[in-house]
Ligand binder design. Sequence first.
Ligand code: SF4
Length: 467
Amino acid sequence: MKITKGKIAELLDQPGCEHNHKKESQKNKACKQQAQPGAAQGGCAFDGASIALVPITDAAHLVHGPIACAGNSWGSRGSLSSGPTTYKMGFTTDVSENDVIFGGEKKLYKAIVEVVKRYKPAAVFVYSTCVTALIGDDIDVVCEAVANKYKIPVIPVNSPGFVGSKNLGNRLGGEALLEYVVGTKEPEYTTPYDINLIGEYNVAGEMWGVLPLFERLGIRVLAKITGDARFAEVCQAHRAKLNVMICSKALINMAQKMKEKYNIPYIEESFYGIADMNRCLRNVAASLGDAQLQERVERLIADETAKLDIVLAPYRERLKGKKMVLYTGGVKSWSIISAAQDLGMEVVATSTKKSTEEDIARIKTLLGADGIMLEKGSAAEILKVVERTGADLLVAGGRNQYTALKAKIPFLDINQERHHPYAGYVGLVEMARELDEALHSPIWEQVRKPAPWDLAHHNPTLAHYIH
Ligand code: SF4
């Protein structure tokens, strides 16, 4: 798959995205613009493509570029596997000055062959990066040569960082799947209840909290794209009856194109919180159009809600009325609000970075008139909001952890580096436990006390020893 200006424009201008399904005059022009300096600050396109594809656990992921590109992204996301661990290996061609001068294609060919021979992966994904794209290495040709000789799928992923943001990289990863993977294998059998999960990466094992629910309902997840996925299942994703998009817009191009090419409808859902999880199950059943399935969903919801009421009761007691400032991105900026409200907490502010217009509309409804929406938040701004609102804790990504801890504010990590799964009904219990532990840790009482040396100035006996 070659990257052309037309391809990039097409990926940025997705008809399924509400920024762009309006009439030409109302379209969001910013979507079509070339990447501006700083666009890759939160992760480059290569980073985005690897986020979307690396969770395919039995494949090898080879980065064709300087070693820092692989180091930049490797291991930063906790996508877990229930089986193979090939995806955890960090493969890179580590191009040097010599390769920049003479070209890196031969080196890439040898590297793919070595990976194939030594690790026997189900497939190899080869990622281009800024340097190898700029020197003109043709990774498509090299991948094809190895694939033909060794009879193994070798997929070029043309996603050099300079083409744009992480979000665009997600879509480029999706394009690679559409072009080289989806539709290349037929499932052994199909059922009327086959669905694909798109954009769920099994961070901290979150998907494992949701899969048993589908199983109980008799819904088969044909392909997970791509959390804890096996290469073969993604190949047969074209036979599903419904695509369920989890991470909002990250892979919207996949859902849209599978609708056009394979006639698979798609819905957008969230797994966080009781209300959203219930809505997701109801919408899946309604989209599959089976009245009995809908009845089974209602029974499951009644059963799970009754159990949750008992398990969550002590947490709700302790969390009731606590105020939270939420600083995250995209779909989580509203789905976590809903989960927090299920626990009786109040979200007083949330961020709208990377949120779509639809996300913002949902945030407004959930937050109410007094809620604060943070467009961009530096550490200082977040702390100001915490102080102004009298918030009890900050729920944000790992990079804000020390902002909160230095200000002696309880903190919960909600982004991709987190170690606890919060999706589904079991995830909500986990989230309640984590919030409770963060808020009621005895450390806050200790660190908020004046330091002994400050107290010493008011105590003549101690002051004698200090001076
Ligand atoms: S692909 Fe480019 S922007 Fe991304 S990490 Fe490598 S050099 Fe940096």
